[in-house]
Design a protein around this ligand. Sequence first.
Ligand code: HEC
Length: 324
Amino acid sequence: MKPRTPFVINAILSVFLITGAFYMFLQNFDFITNPIFLATIAISFVLLLINNSLNALIDAEKFRLLSDKEKKEYLELVKTPFLTRIWRDAFKQSKAEEAGEIKLIDHGYDNIKELDNQLPRWYIGLFAVTITYGLVYLFSYAFTSFAHPDVEYEEEYKTQLAEIAEYEKIAPQATIETAQFNPDAVADGKVIYEQICKTCHGDGAKGLSGPNQTDDYWINIQEEYNNAKEDSEFKNIFYTVWNGSKNNPTMRAFGATGEIKGNDIVKVASYLYQLNKNSPKDSEGRSVDKTAKEPQGNLAPWSKAYKGGSAPAEGTRTSSNSVK
Ligand code: HEC
């Protein structure tokens, strides 16, 4: 007959297990003060107490039936502290080992003999723990949202999107002074272009009611960008999208009215700038693509085709740029 695990140990273990189970499914420790959690702990204590008293009754009855020698052994064991008992138990040798009478397994051929040793208790215990853990994990993995990669991915994706949105809200917005071409923004710029600008400027910005943006002719060239400086073309695009066209209100002031934020204008302007750079043009700076709209405005000083001469004054318009 063996002494039982003390009540305190069982109580600590059950608090530990219940907390672990709650955490597993809720993924945070907010439940610690929750009445349902506290009630679960309380009920498990009551059950443990009942179990404890029943065991005490059973043990008393069992004890009565022991021989005097067994009674003495049992009383010795009860006196040993619980942890010492556990420790000894884990490394205890089997009775057969103690008595030096381990069985030999005879395989019957090759003259191989095998000792029928018992596995150590701690080893068997570890085995049981890994199996239990594996089963719990498998169940949670397959049937709950705990540790499920898809669910975790979705959640992380959502929080990241929220963080990006939050950042965009507080991020300093680009202005005409700070705006710079950003090749990494081109893809995002294309999305904005297709949502807002395509209706007027057409597919691939080849022109519709708004002018073709893939040639070297521009209606709106600001005085300060009317030169061959490296970033003049980009700045000029940014300026027009921010301020709109002075001559034609159809091209509205997206930036000044707050319809599009500065950083988004950088994106869409980067897209248009790169598109313009990469569009094939003839020696006069016209689109090679025959489906593109006829040039409107004047040859830009930043273009390859530009051969000097007097640059057009701001707002100079050709007759072909009116919106029909
Ligand atoms: C409602 C129609 C419309 C929309 C929407 C529109 N545009 Fe325009 N856009 C025009 C017209 C028309 C012009 C020509 C203005 C002029 O004649 O001065 C123009 C001119 C421009 C120019 C200068 C071209 C030049 O040759 O001077 C740029 C750059 C431009 N738009 C970019 C954009 C971008 C980027 C968007 C989207 C954020 C956009 N536009 C949305 C109609 C539109």
